[in-house]
Design a protein around this ligand. Structure first.
Ligand code: BDR
Ligand code: CA
Length: 312
């Protein structure tokens, strides 16, 4: 089984991702770390524990991480995820306490063990990259336990938080820039599962209505119903869940290697991921010097991933 860790700001679609990661037989979910994003950190932690309980995974350690981005104030997305971040569903809340460690301490411990066991972990950040930047800056040696990073965030095209920037990157652009640079310096491959594919993996309301018979299936159905309400359509995207699909079934994702910069200036394009699709000669002669090169998702087999999520 593939060892994985999720970093989340749960969030309706983070919940879709957690259900999949917690239940898929080919994944070994080692831990989940939380960061402020869609809602404040207290709600994120409670939502994450609640979803893992529904997934039948109360054994997975969940740690609280950064409450606010590195340098700018926190800005939530309650208009997308509800006041509580989980669609304000009538659903019993977990009473389980989180792990006493800070997120980056839990990550360091999991990654140290993974390195010692020769079984490096795939890290799947689905939220602002604050925790991951803090981890790589504080404990760069943790990279020895990392196989790769597959993150949801960014866009080669338009944004969603602003016309230019995707929410996770826009929330903490400095963290994103640190992660891309540090990962390259430390030799950790990175895949960007951005808005170019994020909305494509849709489960229809009709498919969702077939989900019943267990707490995870019931919650999965409610999540899709809420997502479809938000986007006023007859289906809901599993959003962050698609990044977990990409780890389970990488051949369903088309990627290309591109240099990517994060826009850190304070104007309208702050938080944009600038994907450099020029030819190699123009890239090499860029007066700004080289940018980190990562795998950028450009297309997804949406039907296959939706079916993978539903079946799990
Ligand atoms: C991202 O932001 C959040 O709203 C979602 O959970 C996802 O991680 C999409 O921009
Ligand atoms: Ca998220």
């Amino acid at each position: 089984r593939k060892p994985v860790v999720l970093d989340v700001d749960t969030g309706l679609d983070d919940a879709c991702a957690l259900l999949l990661a917690g239940r898929h037989p080919e994944l070994d979910l080692k831990a989940v770390t939380c960061v402020g994003g869609n809602v404040g950190i207290d709600d994120v932690v409670r939502n994450t524990l609640t979803v893992l309980d529904a997934a039948g995974r109360p054994d997975v350690p969940v740690a609280r991480g950064a409450a606010v981005p590195l340098i700018q104030p926190v800005r939530t997305a309650r208009h997308v995820h509800g006041a509580d971040g989980l669609g304000d569903l009538d659903w019993p809340r977990s009473t389980r306490p989180p792990d006493p460690r800070h997120a980056i301490e839990l990550l360091r411990d999991v990654l140290r063990d993974a390195a010692a066991d020769g079984a490096p972990v795939t890290l799947i950040p689905l939220a602002p990259l604050t925790n991951i930047a803090l981890l790589l800056r504080t404990y760069p040696e943790a990279a020895a336990g990392l196989k790769e990073i597959v993150f949801m965030g960014g866009s080669a095209g338009s944004g969603n938080a602003t016309a230019s920037a995707e929410f996770n990157i826009w929330t903490d652009p400095e963290a994103a820039a640190i992660v891309l640079k540090s990962a390259e310096d430390l030799g950790v491959p990175v895949t960007m599962y951005g808005l170019d594919v994020f909305y494509d993996v849709v489960v229809t309301l009709e498919q969702a209505r077939g989900l019943s018979g267990s707490p995870s299936a019931e919650l999965a159905r409610k999540l899709i119903e809420k997502r479809s309400e938000r986007y006023q359509s007859d289906g809901g995207s599993i959003g962050d869940g698609g990044a977990v699909c990409a780890v389970i079934d990488p051949s369903g994702l088309t990627t290309q290697r591109y240099p990517v910069r994060v826009e850190l200036s304070g104007g309208w394009s702050r938080g944009r991921t600038i994907v450099d699709t020029r030819d190699a000669v123009d890239q090499a002669s860029d007066p700004q010097g080289p940018a980190p090169v990562i795998h950028v998702a450009t297309a997804v087999d949406a039907k296959r991933y939706a079916e993978l999520w539903l079946a799990t």
